[in-house]
Design a protein. Structure first.
Length: 405
């Protein structure tokens, strides 16, 4: 195939997409057998079925993705969302560990079922483009920020951009404990100190968190059935769907409504002039504006627009917190601005490549200051750094332990 036919007008070629599928078939994310079996069959279809190949060439023709890995992950999430919403496929993911099961269903999805071929899958790949993972554990950053700023943010009002189903704020409002988290070793912490911090951290995470008003923002409605299926598919890998406890916790949070200090705002923060469609919010009225796991999926110019909009809504002495698959570009020195970071899904596969950074409005010349890092986007382990704000959080853990028996 010629370069023109392969690349078309988008930024991901059909060959790159197929190569990612071939890799995932051999080495699936988190060793998930269902993803491996799906990738194997999806790769076969792209390479052997002209109709399906043409369909995906059309998808890639006018769409921009972070990279081929993002496009492949987006495609799987769309397929999984369709299966989750199909009452005839209640055996998912149990019976989908083999390629034979996928060979029965994938051609039906992309050729014979016009409802997905013409509408739903195209919408997921062309309009949504963002994978909303809704992991409550990512919000352990909230109590840690309170520890780092003990006298400054007592009951902070927060605006969470890209909140989807508002899982984090709901988890906090329902006064639920976070799951057990391990403090990982780092060069400036001894093994004994690391073990001590793990104990102290989990005592903090087991206690209810006192917050002010928590607003979640998303461009997709939180009460729409298709959006809910997409969010569910985005949140879970197939192996996680086989864990009834994780699924139950998620479903309870999704269906929690009318909580007194949790609000959903339908708005587009990716527009230069923020478009608020439901639930008006005041500019410069939030102590924290957070962007969790969203910037890595959008182009650099849109990242800057979203960051500029965050500045419009945070208080003059507030914080903007970016937590994402991000790292400073090689050779960077001095204060870090948004353009100084490399955002990429590939960072998820690196040790502690998912990190949190704070931008203090009262100290903008300092740029982004690193807070802490997590082992993956699922946040089972946390690694404190030797930066000022991270050390403040550690001091806060010691202070809490001394104050409470």
């Amino acid at each position: 195939m010629s370069a023109e036919a392969g690349q078309l007008n988008g930024n991901v070629s059909i060959e790159e997409f197929s190569a990612v599928l071939a890799r995932e078939a051999q080495d699936p994310i988190s060793g998930d057998e269902v993803i491996g079996a799906y990738s194997c069959v999806m790769h076969e279809l792209i390479e052997t079925d002209p109709e399906i190949r043409r369909y995906f060439e059309g998808i890639f023709r006018n769409n921009h993705y972070e990279d081929a890995d993002h496009a492949a992950n987006l495609n799987f999430k769309s397929v999984q969302a369709w299966i989750i919403g199909n009452p005839l496929e209640q055996a998912y993911p149990v019976r989908f560990h083999t390629a034979d099961a996928w060979r029965q269903i994938l051609p039906k999805i992309f050729i014979h079922d016009s409802s997905i071929n013409d509408a739903r899958h195209w919408m997921d790949m062309s309009l949504r483009k963002l994978i909303v993972t809704n992991v409550a554990e990512r919000y352990v950053t909230y109590p840690l920020l309170q520890l780092a700023f003990p006298d400054r943010f007592i009951h902070p009002d927060t605006l969470d951009i890209g909140a989807s189903q508002n899982i984090g704020p709901k988890h906090i409002a329902l006064r639920r404990a976070f799951h057990y988290m391990t403090v990982a070793e780092s060069p400036h912490l001894s093994p004994i100190h690391t073990q001590e911090l793990t104990v102290k951290l989990n005592k903090v995470l087991a206690k209810p968190l006192e917050m002010g008003q928590m607003y979640g923002v998303d461009i997709w409605r939180d009460d729409d059935a298709l959006n809910a299926q997409w969010a569910r598919s985005s949140r879970f890998r197939p192996a996680e769907l086989e864990d009834p406890e994780i699924v139950r916790e998620y479903d309870e949070l999704v269906h929690a409504r009318h909580l007194p200090n949790v609000h959903f705002v339908l708005a587009d923060f990716g527009a230069k002039d923020v478009k608020v469609f439901r639930h008006a919010i005041e500019q410069h009225s939030f102590d924290w504006v957070t962007l969790f796991t969203i910037l890595y999926m959008i182009p650099p110019e849109e990242r800057q627009i979203m960051f500029n909009n965050a500045k419009r809504y945070v208080k003059d002495d507030g914080l903007i917190v970016v937590q994402d698959a991000m790292k400073l570009k090689a050779g960077h020195e001095g204060p870090a601005l948004l353009d100084d970071f490399e955002f990429s899904a590939k960072n998820f596969s690196e040790d502690f490549g998912y990190s949190a950074w704070a931008y203090e409005m009262r100290d903008q010349e300092a740029g982004f200051q690193e807070l802490w890092r997590f082992d993956t986007g699922r946040c089972h382990k946390i690694q404190f750094t030797d930066t000022k704000l991270s050390l403040r959080a550690i001091a806060g853990l010691h202070r809490q332990a001394a104050a409470r028996p």
